[in-house]
Design a protein around this ligand. Structure first.
Ligand SMILES: [Zn+2]
Length: 325
Protein backbone atom coordinates (compact mmCIF):
# COMPACT_ATOMS: atom_id res chain seq x y z
CA UNK A 1 0.00 0.00 0.00
CA UNK A 2 1.17 3.47 -0.73
CA UNK A 3 1.91 6.31 1.57
CA UNK A 4 -1.42 7.86 0.64
CA UNK A 5 -3.21 5.65 3.09
CA UNK A 6 -2.15 7.81 5.91
CA UNK A 7 -4.86 6.49 8.16
CA UNK A 8 -3.40 2.99 8.00
CA UNK A 9 -1.55 3.45 11.24
CA UNK A 10 -1.25 5.82 14.06
CA UNK A 11 2.17 7.32 14.35
CA UNK A 12 3.35 8.55 17.63
CA UNK A 13 6.45 10.13 18.94
CA UNK A 14 7.79 11.20 22.25
CA UNK A 15 8.15 14.91 22.45
CA UNK A 16 11.66 16.00 23.13
CA UNK A 17 12.54 19.59 23.89
CA UNK A 18 13.51 21.74 20.90
CA UNK A 19 17.19 22.16 20.34
CA UNK A 20 18.89 25.05 22.03
CA UNK A 21 20.78 26.46 19.11
CA UNK A 22 17.75 27.51 17.11
CA UNK A 23 19.62 26.88 13.91
CA UNK A 24 17.71 25.27 11.06
CA UNK A 25 20.22 22.53 10.52
CA UNK A 26 19.81 21.35 14.09
CA UNK A 27 16.06 21.64 14.28
CA UNK A 28 14.13 18.37 14.17
CA UNK A 29 12.65 17.48 10.81
CA UNK A 30 8.96 16.74 10.45
CA UNK A 31 9.90 13.42 8.82
CA UNK A 32 11.84 12.43 11.95
CA UNK A 33 8.98 13.21 14.29
CA UNK A 34 6.04 11.81 12.39
CA UNK A 35 6.24 8.79 10.12
CA UNK A 36 2.93 9.46 8.48
CA UNK A 37 3.93 13.02 7.57
CA UNK A 38 7.01 11.93 5.64
CA UNK A 39 5.33 12.46 2.24
CA UNK A 40 5.27 16.23 2.78
CA UNK A 41 8.98 16.52 1.91
CA UNK A 42 8.68 14.71 -1.39
CA UNK A 43 5.54 16.55 -2.49
CA UNK A 44 6.93 19.93 -1.52
CA UNK A 45 10.22 19.21 -3.29
CA UNK A 46 8.28 18.36 -6.45
CA UNK A 47 6.13 21.43 -6.08
CA UNK A 48 9.35 23.46 -6.15
CA UNK A 49 10.30 21.70 -9.38
CA UNK A 50 6.88 22.45 -10.85
CA UNK A 51 7.35 26.05 -9.76
CA UNK A 52 10.65 26.11 -11.69
CA UNK A 53 8.88 24.76 -14.78
CA UNK A 54 6.33 27.57 -14.58
CA UNK A 55 8.95 30.29 -14.05
CA UNK A 56 9.41 32.53 -17.11
CA UNK A 57 6.56 30.83 -18.90
CA UNK A 58 3.11 32.11 -19.70
CA UNK A 59 2.14 30.55 -16.36
CA UNK A 60 4.64 32.54 -14.31
CA UNK A 61 1.88 33.40 -11.82
CA UNK A 62 1.54 29.71 -11.05
CA UNK A 63 5.27 29.67 -10.37
CA UNK A 64 4.91 32.13 -7.50
CA UNK A 65 1.85 30.40 -6.15
CA UNK A 66 3.31 26.89 -6.12
CA UNK A 67 6.53 28.16 -4.60
CA UNK A 68 4.64 29.62 -1.65
CA UNK A 69 2.32 26.63 -1.27
CA UNK A 70 2.35 25.09 2.21
CA UNK A 71 5.59 26.79 3.23
CA UNK A 72 4.54 26.70 6.86
CA UNK A 73 2.64 23.79 8.40
CA UNK A 74 0.78 24.22 11.64
CA UNK A 75 0.29 20.94 13.51
CA UNK A 76 -1.65 20.35 16.70
CA UNK A 77 -0.19 18.09 19.32
CA UNK A 78 -2.80 15.56 20.28
CA UNK A 79 -2.09 13.20 23.18
CA UNK A 80 -2.66 9.55 22.33
CA UNK A 81 -1.64 7.93 25.56
CA UNK A 82 -1.12 8.89 29.12
CA UNK A 83 2.61 8.21 28.91
CA UNK A 84 3.43 11.38 27.07
CA UNK A 85 3.04 10.21 23.49
CA UNK A 86 1.57 12.52 20.95
CA UNK A 87 0.53 12.48 17.37
CA UNK A 88 0.69 15.40 15.00
CA UNK A 89 -2.49 16.53 13.33
CA UNK A 90 -2.44 19.16 10.64
CA UNK A 91 -4.30 22.25 11.83
CA UNK A 92 -3.61 24.77 9.11
CA UNK A 93 -1.57 25.48 6.00
CA UNK A 94 -1.96 27.78 3.03
CA UNK A 95 -2.42 25.84 -0.17
CA UNK A 96 -1.92 27.39 -3.61
CA UNK A 97 -4.62 25.31 -5.34
CA UNK A 98 -2.80 25.32 -8.65
CA UNK A 99 -4.20 22.33 -10.55
CA UNK A 100 -0.90 20.51 -11.01
CA UNK A 101 0.79 21.51 -7.76
CA UNK A 102 2.07 18.22 -6.32
CA UNK A 103 1.17 19.27 -2.77
CA UNK A 104 -2.34 20.30 -3.72
CA UNK A 105 -3.10 17.30 -5.93
CA UNK A 106 -1.93 15.04 -3.09
CA UNK A 107 -4.22 16.79 -0.61
CA UNK A 108 -7.11 16.79 -3.10
CA UNK A 109 -6.70 13.04 -3.63
CA UNK A 110 -6.65 12.46 0.16
CA UNK A 111 -9.85 14.46 0.58
CA UNK A 112 -11.63 12.65 -2.25
CA UNK A 113 -10.58 9.28 -0.89
CA UNK A 114 -11.77 10.21 2.60
CA UNK A 115 -15.13 11.17 1.13
CA UNK A 116 -15.41 7.90 -0.79
CA UNK A 117 -14.45 5.84 2.28
CA UNK A 118 -17.10 7.69 4.22
CA UNK A 119 -19.91 7.23 1.72
CA UNK A 120 -19.33 3.84 0.04
CA UNK A 121 -20.34 1.78 3.10
CA UNK A 122 -23.71 3.55 2.96
CA UNK A 123 -24.07 2.55 -0.73
CA UNK A 124 -23.21 -1.06 0.10
CA UNK A 125 -25.78 -0.98 2.86
CA UNK A 126 -28.44 0.38 0.51
CA UNK A 127 -27.57 -2.06 -2.32
CA UNK A 128 -26.29 -5.14 -0.50
CA UNK A 129 -26.57 -7.53 -3.44
CA UNK A 130 -24.94 -5.32 -6.05
CA UNK A 131 -21.44 -6.09 -7.26
CA UNK A 132 -18.50 -3.93 -8.30
CA UNK A 133 -16.18 -3.92 -11.31
CA UNK A 134 -12.97 -2.06 -11.93
CA UNK A 135 -12.74 -0.96 -15.56
CA UNK A 136 -9.78 0.55 -17.37
CA UNK A 137 -10.52 2.02 -20.78
CA UNK A 138 -7.81 3.29 -23.06
CA UNK A 139 -7.13 4.26 -26.62
CA UNK A 140 -3.99 4.90 -28.62
CA UNK A 141 -1.51 7.44 -27.31
CA UNK A 142 -1.73 10.95 -28.69
CA UNK A 143 0.65 13.90 -28.97
CA UNK A 144 0.31 15.97 -25.82
CA UNK A 145 -0.84 18.89 -28.01
CA UNK A 146 -3.91 16.82 -28.91
CA UNK A 147 -4.73 15.79 -25.36
CA UNK A 148 -7.74 18.04 -24.89
CA UNK A 149 -9.54 16.86 -28.00
CA UNK A 150 -8.61 13.24 -27.21
CA UNK A 151 -10.03 13.50 -23.69
CA UNK A 152 -13.14 15.15 -25.07
CA UNK A 153 -13.53 12.23 -27.45
CA UNK A 154 -13.00 9.71 -24.64
CA UNK A 155 -15.50 11.38 -22.35
CA UNK A 156 -18.15 11.54 -25.06
CA UNK A 157 -17.43 7.91 -25.89
CA UNK A 158 -17.84 6.98 -22.24
CA UNK A 159 -21.29 8.58 -22.22
CA UNK A 160 -22.15 6.61 -25.37
CA UNK A 161 -20.94 3.45 -23.60
CA UNK A 162 -23.23 4.09 -20.63
CA UNK A 163 -26.18 4.42 -22.99
CA UNK A 164 -25.65 1.11 -24.79
CA UNK A 165 -28.34 -1.48 -24.14
CA UNK A 166 -25.75 -3.97 -22.87
CA UNK A 167 -24.06 -1.56 -20.47
CA UNK A 168 -24.49 -3.13 -17.02
CA UNK A 169 -23.53 -0.20 -14.78
CA UNK A 170 -26.11 1.35 -12.50
CA UNK A 171 -23.61 3.71 -10.95
CA UNK A 172 -19.98 4.68 -11.44
CA UNK A 173 -17.06 6.80 -10.37
CA UNK A 174 -14.88 7.62 -13.34
CA UNK A 175 -11.51 9.29 -13.28
CA UNK A 176 -9.16 10.32 -16.05
CA UNK A 177 -5.45 9.67 -15.76
CA UNK A 178 -2.73 10.84 -18.11
CA UNK A 179 0.72 9.31 -18.17
CA UNK A 180 3.71 10.30 -20.24
CA UNK A 181 5.06 7.78 -22.71
CA UNK A 182 8.79 7.36 -23.26
CA UNK A 183 8.35 8.95 -26.68
CA UNK A 184 6.74 12.02 -25.09
CA UNK A 185 3.25 11.12 -26.24
CA UNK A 186 0.40 11.29 -23.78
CA UNK A 187 -1.39 8.16 -22.68
CA UNK A 188 -4.85 9.14 -21.45
CA UNK A 189 -7.02 6.48 -19.89
CA UNK A 190 -10.17 6.12 -17.87
CA UNK A 191 -10.44 4.27 -14.57
CA UNK A 192 -13.94 3.41 -13.53
CA UNK A 193 -15.47 1.84 -10.46
CA UNK A 194 -18.69 0.37 -11.76
CA UNK A 195 -21.62 -0.82 -9.71
CA UNK A 196 -23.64 -3.57 -11.38
CA UNK A 197 -26.81 -5.46 -10.54
CA UNK A 198 -26.39 -9.03 -9.20
CA UNK A 199 -27.68 -10.35 -12.56
CA UNK A 200 -24.38 -9.27 -14.14
CA UNK A 201 -22.86 -12.51 -12.91
CA UNK A 202 -25.70 -14.45 -14.51
CA UNK A 203 -27.61 -13.66 -17.67
CA UNK A 204 -26.09 -10.21 -18.14
CA UNK A 205 -22.44 -11.20 -17.93
CA UNK A 206 -20.02 -9.54 -20.36
CA UNK A 207 -16.79 -11.23 -21.34
CA UNK A 208 -13.54 -9.30 -21.66
CA UNK A 209 -13.92 -9.53 -25.48
CA UNK A 210 -17.42 -8.10 -25.27
CA UNK A 211 -16.19 -5.17 -23.21
CA UNK A 212 -13.58 -4.46 -25.87
CA UNK A 213 -16.30 -4.49 -28.52
CA UNK A 214 -18.54 -2.16 -26.55
CA UNK A 215 -15.72 0.30 -25.92
CA UNK A 216 -14.60 0.16 -29.55
CA UNK A 217 -18.15 0.82 -30.69
CA UNK A 218 -18.46 3.76 -28.30
CA UNK A 219 -15.15 5.22 -29.48
CA UNK A 220 -16.18 4.72 -33.14
CA UNK A 221 -12.71 3.51 -34.05
CA UNK A 222 -11.50 0.77 -36.36
CA UNK A 223 -9.07 -1.00 -33.97
CA UNK A 224 -9.54 -2.88 -30.71
CA UNK A 225 -8.75 -0.56 -27.81
CA UNK A 226 -7.02 -1.89 -24.69
CA UNK A 227 -9.78 -2.58 -22.19
CA UNK A 228 -9.52 -4.32 -18.84
CA UNK A 229 -12.27 -5.37 -16.55
CA UNK A 230 -11.78 -6.86 -13.13
CA UNK A 231 -14.54 -7.99 -10.79
CA UNK A 232 -14.22 -7.21 -7.13
CA UNK A 233 -14.73 -10.42 -5.16
CA UNK A 234 -18.20 -10.97 -3.82
CA UNK A 235 -17.38 -10.45 -0.19
CA UNK A 236 -15.06 -7.53 -0.76
CA UNK A 237 -16.46 -4.11 -0.67
CA UNK A 238 -15.65 -1.49 -3.30
CA UNK A 239 -13.35 0.39 -0.91
CA UNK A 240 -10.39 -1.69 -2.08
CA UNK A 241 -10.47 0.09 -5.43
CA UNK A 242 -10.76 3.64 -4.11
CA UNK A 243 -7.00 4.32 -4.10
CA UNK A 244 -6.80 3.37 -7.78
CA UNK A 245 -9.76 5.49 -8.80
CA UNK A 246 -9.07 8.62 -6.81
CA UNK A 247 -5.32 8.87 -7.19
CA UNK A 248 -3.53 11.61 -9.04
CA UNK A 249 -4.58 12.65 -12.49
CA UNK A 250 -0.92 12.88 -13.50
CA UNK A 251 1.74 11.27 -11.38
CA UNK A 252 4.42 13.49 -9.94
CA UNK A 253 7.29 11.90 -11.81
CA UNK A 254 5.51 12.73 -15.08
CA UNK A 255 4.78 16.29 -13.97
CA UNK A 256 8.41 17.08 -13.35
CA UNK A 257 10.08 15.04 -16.10
CA UNK A 258 9.96 17.53 -18.96
CA UNK A 259 9.21 21.24 -18.85
CA UNK A 260 7.77 21.67 -22.35
CA UNK A 261 5.56 18.63 -21.97
CA UNK A 262 4.35 19.91 -18.61
CA UNK A 263 3.54 23.40 -19.89
CA UNK A 264 1.58 21.92 -22.77
CA UNK A 265 -0.19 19.57 -20.35
CA UNK A 266 -1.21 22.55 -18.22
CA UNK A 267 -2.83 24.19 -21.20
CA UNK A 268 -4.46 20.99 -22.45
CA UNK A 269 -5.99 20.03 -19.10
CA UNK A 270 -7.13 23.54 -18.18
CA UNK A 271 -10.67 23.31 -16.82
CA UNK A 272 -11.06 19.67 -17.79
CA UNK A 273 -12.75 17.46 -15.24
CA UNK A 274 -10.74 14.79 -13.43
CA UNK A 275 -13.54 12.87 -11.74
CA UNK A 276 -17.14 12.24 -12.75
CA UNK A 277 -19.80 10.37 -10.83
CA UNK A 278 -22.83 8.87 -12.55
CA UNK A 279 -25.95 6.81 -12.13
CA UNK A 280 -27.21 6.05 -8.65
CA UNK A 281 -23.84 7.04 -7.12
CA UNK A 282 -24.39 10.69 -8.04
CA UNK A 283 -26.71 11.36 -5.14
CA UNK A 284 -24.15 9.92 -2.73
CA UNK A 285 -20.97 11.59 -3.84
CA UNK A 286 -21.49 14.36 -6.31
CA UNK A 287 -18.92 16.34 -4.32
CA UNK A 288 -16.15 14.23 -5.83
CA UNK A 289 -16.58 16.27 -9.00
CA UNK A 290 -15.64 19.48 -7.23
CA UNK A 291 -12.40 20.86 -5.93
CA UNK A 292 -12.52 20.15 -2.17
CA UNK A 293 -12.97 23.36 -0.22
CA UNK A 294 -10.89 22.05 2.62
CA UNK A 295 -7.46 20.56 1.95
CA UNK A 296 -6.57 20.11 5.62
CA UNK A 297 -9.13 17.40 6.19
CA UNK A 298 -10.41 15.43 9.10
CA UNK A 299 -7.21 16.00 10.99
CA UNK A 300 -8.66 19.38 11.75
CA UNK A 301 -11.62 18.15 13.75
CA UNK A 302 -11.90 19.21 17.33
CA UNK A 303 -9.98 17.16 19.85
CA UNK A 304 -8.05 18.08 22.89
CA UNK A 305 -4.80 19.57 21.78
CA UNK A 306 -1.86 20.46 23.89
CA UNK A 307 -0.20 23.05 21.79
CA UNK A 308 1.09 23.49 18.30
CA UNK A 309 4.26 22.75 16.41
CA UNK A 310 5.18 24.65 13.27
CA UNK A 311 7.31 23.30 10.46
CA UNK A 312 8.81 25.47 7.75
CA UNK A 313 10.00 24.32 4.34
CA UNK A 314 13.79 24.42 4.11
CA UNK A 315 14.37 24.52 0.40
CA UNK A 316 18.09 23.75 0.48
CA UNK A 317 17.70 20.82 2.83
CA UNK A 318 14.55 19.56 1.08
CA UNK A 319 12.88 19.03 4.43
CA UNK A 320 10.26 20.57 6.67
CA UNK A 321 11.93 21.57 9.92
CA UNK A 322 10.62 22.71 13.25
CA UNK A 323 10.51 26.52 13.38
CA UNK A 324 9.53 29.21 15.78
CA UNK A 325 6.71 30.92 13.86
ZN1 LIG B 1 -0.23 23.86 -3.95
Amino acid sequence: MSEENSDAGLFVFSLSPPTESGQDTDAPALSDLSERDKPWDKHKYNSDRVSDHYAESRYHKYSQRTKSCAELLDFRLVPVASDGEYKLKLAAARFCRVRHCPICQWRRSLMWKAKAYQVLPKVVQDYPKHRWLFLTLTLRNCPVAELRQTLDHMNKSFIRLTKLKDFPGVGWIKSVEVTRGKDGNAHPHIHCLLMVAPSYFGVNYLSQERWVELWQKSLRIDYKPQTHVRAIAKYHDPMVIVPEILKYQVKESDLVANREWFLELTQQLHKTRAVAVGGVLREYMRELEQEPEDLVGEDNQGEVDEGHLFFGWKRQQKKYKLVDP
